[in-house]
Design a protein around this ligand. Structure first.
Ligand SMILES: C[S@@+](CC[C@H](N)C(=O)[O-])C[C@H]1O[C@@H](n2cnc3c(N)ncnc32)[C@H](O)[C@@H]1O
Length: 182
């Protein structure tokens, strides 16, 4: 479903992590520039197989996108939105749209909260951000920001800056697809 939305486009993938989604998107697009702030996840992403010459993997901060994506016609963000503070959503959208330009397709994929499957929310802060307590194999425990937006929230967040908005609720995931408005 995700690659199908991006066929023949030049795609900016934000917060690509280990390149899990990059490997499925790369075969159907013109090119994909995948960025992440963490060199260690990019190292793993570099070990994957991609069509020759079509994928670039670079360290970059999503909150300070370089202006080199003007000719890009698509963007993908997997499991990124849920880790954004509510206050950072609008600045993220604005900077992504500035980087891409009008008409680009944006595809965002993330988790729905599913009782009995999702890690329970351990606390909610004053701004409504929810956090989960996650334990690593070495026993260390971390409070991880993980928001579960509703469809209405997502649409409201876009305001007038997205057109042709399609929201799909799968059993465990939601997918938002739209075009950057002029
Ligand atoms: C939950 S992972 C998702 C990775 C990948 N998209 C996937 O679905 O497998 C979130 C990723 O966001 C990256 N990240 C966090 N803050 C970032 C930032 N400011 N700019 C770019 N990447 C960031 C992390 O390094 C991590 O790889």
């Amino acid at each position: 479903m995700i690659p199908d939305y991006l066929v023949d486009r030049s795609v900016l993938e934000v917060a690509c992590g280990t390149g899990y989604w990059t490997q499925f998107i790369a075969p159907v697009v013109r090119k994909i520039a995948a960025i992440d702030i963490n060199p260690r996840t990019l190292e793993i992403a570099r070990s994957k197989n991609y069509p020759y010459g079509r994928v670039s993997l670079d360290v970059a901060d999503v909150h300070h996108l370089p202006g080199r994506y003007r000719d890009f016609t698509g963007a993908f963000a997997g499991f990124w939105w849920s880790h954004l503070l509510r206050a950072d959503r609008r600045p993220f959208i604005e900077s992504l749209h500035r980087a891409l330009g009008a008409g680009a397709v944006v595809v965002i994929l993330d988790n729905r909260y599913v009782e009995g499957s999702s890690t329970p929310v351990s606390r909610v802060d004053a701004d409504g951000n929810s956090f989960q307590s996650r334990r690593l194999a070495d026993g260390s425990e971390y409070s991880v920001l993980k928001n579960f937006p509703t469809q209405a929230e997502l649409v409201a967040e876009l305001g007038g800056s997205g057109t042709g908005i399609e929201y799909t609720a799968l059993d465990y995931y939601w997918v938002l697809k739209y075009e950057v408005a002029a």
